[in-house]
Design a protein around this ligand. Structure first.
Ligand code: NAG
Ligand code: NAG
Length: 445
């Protein structure tokens, strides 16, 4: 009896040791969560540096509102913008307009550099962030134009804090800095940035730091994307206004969200709506429109906000449709997305799968050749609602295209914020191990 119990305990311990040792070492600073705090569907484009500090490119009005909806408390704009601009066809407010929007949304808004100051790779910018961070209520969303320069400034603030404050977490040195920025697809290996890194960390200048492998360089212009490997990228729901930029990069776009109907049943997924929770279903149990009905909308508001949160003419404080996201009166309408792509020269492919899978070998076999062919053509953006389904398939497709193994795939998906292990998303774990080699994995299943 006793011996048996001892054996069981021993086996459990061995198992724990095994599971921990098989967990990949990540190039992120912390184990990342699913992107987007409390609202991955609204904020999938926010890049997590730490749970309290996320970075982004220049924000639209909607993105500022969504930041509030999803749990951010503060916004930091690196630059002072005196002029509005466009991101594709989306309007980008100037700093004054952004301050007004942030006020309506209940967000603190801070601008770091003075008007006309474009010198981002500077000790001065790091100094200013060091002074401002303690005054901000986290989590903080920091942005610049393309999520590039603000990544540098924020990580340098952390490197300086690591150097001067023994309590500071998570710690970052030059090695971690170059590994992390490489997996984010951002290249700071130029000599002027290497000099600043050396000065801030107090370490020797790294002569040949690891470089990102994201390709092509134009991906920076579509900053919301998450680089996976070389030509593979993921995204959540893209907007109609993004299409001109997707054209500029010349992505092949694979959409994995469900279409208008599946096997004769209506299957429109949800669209994101200002001041409306993300978790209400599109249809009720009888198949009637539920999410976008006035009753459900009124019951699903996130906070008692001003009607101006929706627009200056709105009579309610919640939104009921989202055309910019290919939404109709019911939900996400894939036909609208396809039609929008038809008027561009982009290649658009619809390979639907439900958000909770199952992610089986059978379904991947059906899509595999299409994925690999897209990969051979050039840059591929695999999108769904938050980048999870897309992430699973893009990581596997990239692994197959470039001969990567199971350990690489598990590391890469974890760095994107999704855990795949024998315990978590075990169907994806099985799917990966059916195609990818690893010493331990096959026996374990
Ligand atoms: C580095 O941190 C110290 C201590 O907090 C601070 O006084 C200094 O201004 C920081 N340096 C930079 C470049 O931000
Ligand atoms: C865009 O990519 C397609 C392949 O998907 C290729 O045939 C086409 O030449 C590319 N266009 C440009 C302008 O590079």
């Amino acid at each position: 009896m006793h011996i048996r119990r001892t054996v069981v305990i021993l086996l459990v311990n061995l198992y724990i040791v095994f599971v921990n040792s098989s967990r990949p070492e990540l190039d992120t600073l912390v184990k990342r969560g699913v992107p987007g705090l409390e609202s991955p569907k609204k904020l999938w484009w926010a890049k997590e540096l730490t749970p309290d500090l996320h970075v982004a490119g220049r924000l639209t009005e909607r993105q500022l509102m969504y930041a509030a909806d999803g749990g951010f408390n503060s916004i930091v704009s690196l630059y002072h913008y005196t002029e509005s601009k466009r991101f594709g066809a989306e309007y980008l407010p100037d700093t004054k307009e952004a301050e007004t929007i942030a006020r309506i949304a209940g967000l603190r808004h801070v601008t770091l550099l003075d008007e006309g100051d474009k010198d981002w790779a500077s000790i001065e910018a790091v100094d200013r962030l060091t002074a401002v961070i303690p005054t901000l209520k986290p989590p903080v969303l920091l942005h610049c134009n393309r999520a590039y320069t603000i990544t540098f400034v924020t990580l340098m603030y952390m490197a300086n804090a690591t150097r001067f404050d023994p309590e500071f977490e998570p710690k970052i040195d030059s090695d971690k800095f170059y590994r992390f920025t490489a997996i984010m697809g951002t290249d700071f290996t130029m000599s002027f940035t290497r000099e600043v890194v050396a000065e801030i960390t107090g370490e020797d200048e790294v002569e040949r730091p690891i470089k990102p492998n994201a390709d092509p360089y134009e991906w920076y212009d579509y900053w919301p994307a998450h680089p996976v490997y070389k030509n593979w990228y993921t995204a959540g729901q893209i907007r109609k206004g993004h299409l001109p930029i997707l054209e500029h990069v010349n992505f092949t776009v694979i959409n994995m969200r469900l279409g208008v109907s599946t096997d004769g049943k209506p299957t429109k997924e949800m669209v994101t709506l200002r001041n409306v929770r993300d978790d209400t279903p599109t249809y009720d149990s009888n198949g009637n429109v539920y999410r976008q009905s006035p009753k459900s909308l009124a019951e699903s508001v996130i906070a008692p906000r001003d009607n101006r949160y929706i627009s200056s003419e709105s009579e309610v404080n919640y939104e009921s449709t989202n055309r910019g996201e290919f939404g109709d009166e019911e939900g996400f309408n894939e036909d609208l997305e396809r039609a929008a792509f038809d008027s561009t020269c982009l290649k658009y492919i619809h390979l639907p799968i439900a958000s909770d899978g199952p992610f089986t070998r059978e379904i991947f076999e059906k899509y595999k050749e299409t994925f690999l062919e897209a990969g051979r053509r050039g840059p591929v953006l695999v999108h769904c609602a938050v980048g999870k389904r897309g992430g699973f398939f893009a990581v596997l497709a990239a692994a197959l295209q470039y001969g990567k193994d199971m350990d690489w795939a598990l590391k890469r998906i974890a760095e994107l914020g999704f855990e795949v292990s024998p315990q978590k998303h075990s169907d994806v774990y099985k799917l990966f191990s059916a195609y990818l080699n690893s010493k331990n994995v096959k026996e374990e299943l």
